[in-house]
Design a protein around this ligand. Structure first.
Ligand code: AHN
Ligand code: ZN
Length: 302
């Protein structure tokens, strides 16, 4: 008798949207601020509420400008006893400067990070909620262990005019890749989400993702197309983005892709990127749905 196909849960985009809103309500989650601390507490508590084993990784890291920052990576593990695992990640910190603002007098203000940060975390919290709802019936759970990682201090990188920008971004993921939360940690593959909430989002096959994890990229883009989300997931090569997945690939040796709204032809990231207008007005729950439902289908059919 053929094995019964596991039902794929329905990803709730309104719930994901509310998770984005909850983060934004704390204010800009800039490392070292009260908003950052409170939001981190909220994220850890939610993962625990949804049945994950929560591991927090704290360390002091040095930024490109010489500042020392208290970094906090937050990890939620499902079925930690399984050795076959997959990794899902997003960054949860906000950039301290709106350095893409047209007016210089506004460039010292932090970004709200509704799309740049909170959108990916919101999608992953909704996935945590879905997995959590299956914990009472193990036949409905994904067949693999799932680790959700909220990376800190991704967005404290050196601006484009600065010298020595190499590796100044993604300090939380660099730390994690050098000091995994468990010694000898392995995952079959990983998916990073970054800027997955904008209305006119376009996800192309990002360069490093195709380089390190082409089969994962193909699976995700084919799955999105089959589910009817081909308008968001464009099956063509996109540009290269230095993001958390690069260090997961390079330093941890885990094939990891980046689902990121980046289109060189359209001028790069979404129009409000690293400005004061990266707020809830930029978030469209249909984009959250396209990404979240695709990810849910991939996880529950693994
Ligand atoms: C660079 O601009 C070098 N990387 C973009 C990574 C990023 C910033 N993701 C979100 N904010
Ligand atoms: Zn950013």
């Amino acid at each position: 008798m053929p094995a019964k196909e596991k039902p794929i849960p329905e990803f709730n985009e309104d719930s994901a949207y509310a998770f984005v809103q909850r983060q934004v309500d704390f204010g800009p989650r800039v490392p070292g601020t009260a908003a950052h601390r409170s939001c981190g507490d909220f994220l850890a508590a939610r993962l625990e509420q949804y049945g994950a084993k929560v591991i927090e990784q704290e360390a002091t890291v040095r930024a490109f400008d010489g500042k020392t920052l208290e970094m906090r990576n937050i990890i939620g593990a499902y079925r930690p006893e399984l050795t076959r695992r997959i990794l899902l990640a997003a960054h949860w910190d906000c950039r301290p400067w709106s350095d893409q603002e047209p007016l210089p007098e506004h460039r010292q203000e932090p970004v709200m990070g509704a799309n740049d940060g909170a959108s990916g975390v919101g999608v992953l919290l909704e996935i945590a909620r879905q997995i959590g709802a299956c914990l009472t019936d193990s036949s409905r759970l994904p067949a693999v262990g799932v680790d959700i990682i909220f990376f800190d201090v991704e967005d404290y990188g050196a601006p484009s005019w600065a010298a020595d920008r190499e590796d100044s971004w993604c300090l939380g993921s660099q730390y994690w890749a050098r000091h995994p939360h468990q010694t000898g940690y392995r995952a079959q593959w990983g998916i990073l989400l970054d800027m997955v909430g904008a209305g006119n989002a376009c996800f192309m096959r990002e360069y490093f993702s195709d380089h390190y994890a082409q089969s994962v990229v193909s699976r995700v883009w084919n799955c999105a197309e089959a589910l009817g989300y081909g308008a968001w997931f464009v099956n063509a090569r996109g540009g290269a983005v230095t993001d958390d997945h690069l260090y997961v690939n390079r330093l941890a040796g885990i094939p990891c892709i980046d689902i990121i709204d980046f289109d060189e032809q359209r001028g790069g990231f979404f129009a409000q990127w690293h400005t004061r207008r990266d707020d809830m007005d930029q978030i469209d729950s249909r984009t959250l749905k396209a990404v979240g439902q695709t990810l849910t289908a991939i996880i529950f059919s693994e």
